[in-house]
Design a binder for this molecule. Structure first.
Ligand SMILES: *[C@@H]1O[C@H](CO)[C@@H](O)[C@H](O)[C@H]1NC(C)=O
Ligand SMILES: *[C@@H]1O[C@H](CO)[C@@H](O)[C@H](O)[C@H]1NC(C)=O
Ligand SMILES: *[C@@H]1O[C@H](CO)[C@@H](O)[C@H](O)[C@H]1NC(C)=O
Ligand SMILES: [Zn+2]
Length: 620
């Protein structure tokens, strides 16, 4: 690391010296980052103790490098400089680490909690072997229509995960807050939100949610009625307050609902586009699916994948070693090595995942000439949005026909409504879940919610936003947030909510640019160089500018706006309104009475819930 000869005395305001230092930092950082990524890659694609050891070693080298960079950077009084680029770069470097002992404590806690989560199994219905989340429990939730079985597994998963990590989680929160405060943040939630560079970020999220919630409410009401038909024998299990029991939605967390498509399909006799069998009949393999995706991006004028991508990526499950199959995209920070790790199967779902991951890689390629610290999405939501944006075109019947995966494009309204219902179950159902996870965490980090109300707060949000309630009574001995991967793993989550909004906003604009007319959900931007140029200009910025600049580059707007979601689903919205006419669209904001048992305060809270029945109503 370059050390400047300024010891003690005044901090430097010399922008020339700062630029030199930053260049040197950038040079060193790209090789330190590269080695760190290389070590992780080696472990994730070949799970041996030896490789894990090397990965931890590289992580320590990395963290010492960052700590030293921090000390060096503090020689400069960069906050008082005029050059915005220098200030922005310095800001990303200036993050102080906790003392090494506490860094280790933090890592140990995280590893322990993640371990609890990733080794959890649900046992004990007498006959079966124990069930893992992937694939056993996921398959059960996708396929079973047995109320009691689902309820037992739902509870079992939470007994085996969250319940076993609650106090560790509290300690983990405290350490993270300590690190955040060291750097001038109020708490760790504040630190996470600050990355969005938005005055009142929670308020922005609430605004976006309010734009889409009328559509969610319609979907919720319709799905609930269909579920009541399916589970007519268990009708007493549906709470009076209008919530949907959380175990019936085809997913362990009720976060996406596409697995119950068969229960809610608007026109069961009409076709529903799914190209899995066409892919298999046409003998697609992993390479061919990746080439298909590459071709889409190229049609927009974006770059083909470099040779190194094809040489080094892992796109099928190897047979000679253990690997982490969870799909991911990797930037090696040397401007030519970008990879995907994925155990690709030949299905429609895989086709979409490939596009999602390829989106990340295209972002890497577009911002590769930025300084290392700017090689990020304009915000994390942008990075997640790119590939999903492309998928939106790919799944249109028009496009599937173009690439020979669909014989004739069915164009009647009923088929179209089936298509939109499927998309809504995949994407729209996710929005309140994507929104509430970090609301819970922000509240925990700020101390507003302490360990005595972790679970109560969680269910308050689940009942209020998703309109779902626990199938069995909960208490503070449970810790249901811990049953979702991103809480123990400590991955911020609001990015997926932001991405869900941005991808429609991008799509609406790119469709205009590409000359599309007609309903938004039919738009396919394939082959539009104009759309590609717009996209390219935005992606190239990386994080060198605040996200509103990047958004403006593409859409001409500086504000995120969820109305494109409403535009996309408009025909479905109209249809749902007709179906729901005369039915109750509301659910109570509070969780159903008796779904949560607390300790000594229960009398008081019961009185409150009787006195203040707040009703969540959407006016039509
Ligand atoms: C600001 O700093 C950056 C990087 O240090 C440099 O490339 C750029 O030329 C500077 N801008 C101005 C206006 O001096
Ligand atoms: C996996 O890693 C081990 C080192 O732990 C190495 O000996 C082996 O060759 C690697 N396997 C492959 C296929 O790269
Ligand atoms: C897919 O098939 C092609 C030839 O048809 C072959 O070259 C390629 O290696 C295959 N890819 C995989 C991942 O098996
Ligand atoms: Zn992603």
């Amino acid at each position: 690391m370059l050390i400047l000869g300024i010891v003690g005395g005044e901090k430097s305001l010399d922008e020339g010296a700062a630029t030199l230092w930053l260049n040197e930092y950038n040079h060193l950082a790209s090789s330190v980052y590269n080695e760190r990524v290389q070590a992780s890659w080696n472990y994730y694609t070949n799970l041996t103790d030896h490789n894990q050891h090397l990965m931890v070693k590289a992580e320590l080298v990395f963290s010492r490098f960052e700590q030293e960079a921090y000390r060096n950077a503090s020689i400069f009084d960069w906050k008082k400089m005029n050059n915005e680029t220098i200030k922005r770069l310095m800001k990303t470097i200036s993050y102080m680490r906790l003392p090494e002992e506490e860094v280790k404590q933090t890592e140990n806690l995280r590893n322990r909690i993640t371990q609890v989560y990733s080794t959890a199994e649900v046992c004990g219905d007498g006959t079966d072997r124990c069930l893992l989340l992937e694939p056993d429990l996921q398959n059960k939730f996708a396929e079973s229509k047995d109320w009691d079985e689902l309820s037992r597994l739902w509870k079992g998963w939470r007994d085996e995960t969250g319940r076993k990590m609650k106090s560790d989680y509290e300690a983990f929160v405290k350490l993270q807050n300590k690190a955040a405060k060291l750097n001038g943040f109020d708490d760790n939630g504040h630190r996470w939100r600050a990355k969005y560079e938005t005055e009142d970020f929670p308020q922005l999220c609430e605004k976006l949610w309010n734009q889409v919630s009328p559509l969610y409410v319609q979907l919720h009401a319709y799905v609930k009625r269909q579920l009541k038909k399916t589970y007519a024998d268990n009708i007493d299990g549906f709470p009076d307050g209008g919530h949907i029991p959380a175990h019936l939605l085809g997913n362990m967390w009720g976060q996406t609902w596409d697995n119950i498509f068969d229960l809610v399909v608007p026109f069961p006799d009409k076709q529903t586009v799914d190209v899995t069998s066409a892919l298999q009949q046409q003998k697609y393999n992993a390479t061919a699916i990746f080439r298909l995706s590459e071709d889409f991006f190229e049609s927009l004028g974006l770059d083909p994948m470099p040779e190194a991508f094809w040489e080094h990526s892992m796109i099928t499950r190897p047979t000679d070693r253990e690997v982490v199959c969870h799909a991911s995209a990797w930037d090696f920070y040397n401007q030519n090595d970008f990879r995907i790790k994925m155990c690709t199967e030949v299905t429609q779902e895989s086709l979409l995942t490939v596009h999602h991951e390829m989106g990340h890689v295209h972002y890497f390629i577009m911002y590769k000439d930025q300084p290392v610290m700017f090689r990020r999405g304009a915000n994390s939501g942008f990075h997640e949005a790119l590939g999903d944006l492309i998928s939106m075109s790919v799944v249109t019947p028009k496009h599937l026909q173009l690439i020979g995966l669909l014989e004739e494009s069915p164009e009647d309204n009923e088929t179209e409504l089936n298509f939109l219902m499927k998309r809504a179950l995949e994407r729209l159902s996710f929005l309140p879940f994507g929104y509430l996870i970090d609301q819970w965490r922000w509240s925990v980090f700020s101390g507003e919610t302490d360990i005595d109300s972790y679970n109560r707060k969680w269910w308050e949000l689940r009942c209020k936003y998703q309109g779902i309630s626990p199938p069995v009574s909960r208490s503070e001995s449970d810790f249901d947030p811990g049953a979702k991967f991103h809480i123990p793993n400590n991955t911020p989550y609001i990015r997926y909510f932001i991405s869900s909004v941005l991808q429609y906003q991008f799509q609406r604009e790119l469709c205009n640019i590409s000359g599309h007319t007609g309903p938004l959900h039919r738009c396919d931007i394939y082959g539009s160089k104009e759309a590609g140029t717009k996209l390219r200009n935005m992606l190239m910025l990386g994080q060198s500018k605040p996200w509103p600049d990047a958004l403006e580059q593409l859409t001409g707007q500086r504000e995120m706006d969820a109305t494109a979601i409403i535009d996309y689903f408009r025909p479905l919205m109209e249809w749902l309104k007709e179906q729901n006419a005369g039915h109750d669209l509301s659910w109570e904001e509070e969780c159903p009475h008796g779904s949560f048992t607390s300790g000594s305060n229960s009398l008081i809270s019961t009185m409150f819930s009787l006195l203040l029945p707040v009703i969540y109503i959407v006016l039509l």
